[in-house]
Design a protein around this ligand. Sequence first.
Ligand code: FES
Length: 93
Amino acid sequence: MHNININGEIDFEYDMEFSLLDSIESQQLDIDYNCRAGFCCSCKCELVNGEVDLIQTPNPVIPLKEGEILTCCSRPKSDLELRFKDKLQHMHW
Ligand code: FES
């Protein structure tokens, strides 16, 4: 199991979800997404530390910058430190 750190504030264990996007959603964190297929770039973040495996091939409408990943296309290969542009809030129902 790998530890995921988000914006230096939130930590949780990746627990066999299909993608990083799924694992972040499983924590009831309000992450942006749209296509879930590597096109729209809504789910992108900066990979500050660690390594990911690709589970589907990204085909982003906006080219990714060095160090950026799409969470819908990625799965952790090690502990990860991720940085999102906006703070991820916990969803309250
Ligand atoms: S949700 Fe569209 S690229 Fe990930």
